[in-house]
Design a protein. Structure first.
Length: 116
């Protein structure tokens, strides 16, 4: 069992930046593929970015160039740097840890609101 705790969300003005963090419990973090997903009100949850255990990254096409995912295996933490934020980035952001269907975990989410 892996527990994921997101932090770093909040209210930011358009054009601003935020860095989300997701801290994972346990000693197997380095083996997990990690991801960030988001869900806006009235919409389905969508992929933001993923990073494999080996460090390969993948991004939603619409977010490339503004968002950066990274991980620190020594700290059991995955990050999401978000720049040039737009009102349409407003959502609850969720962290995911995945090895296989039996080992797939979600955090509780952190709210990001982009508004002036």
């Amino acid at each position: 069992q892996v527990q994921l705790v997101e932090s770093g969300g909040g209210l930011v003005q358009p054009g601003g930046s935020l860095r989300l963090s997701c801290a994972a419990s346990g000693s197997l973090f380095r083996f997990y593929d990690m991801g960030w997903y988001r869900q806006a009100p009235g919409k389905a949850r969508e992929l933001v970015a993923t990073i494999t255990s080996g460090g390969s990254t993948n991004y939603a096409d619409s977010l490339k160039g503004r968002f950066t995912i990274s991980r620190d295996n020594a700290k059991n933490t995955v990050y999401l740097q978000m720049n040039v934020l737009k009102p349409e980035d407003t959502a609850v952001y969720y962290c995911n840890a995945h090895i296989d269907d039996r080992n797939d975990y979600w955090g509780q989410g952190t709210q990001v609101t982009v508004s002036s």
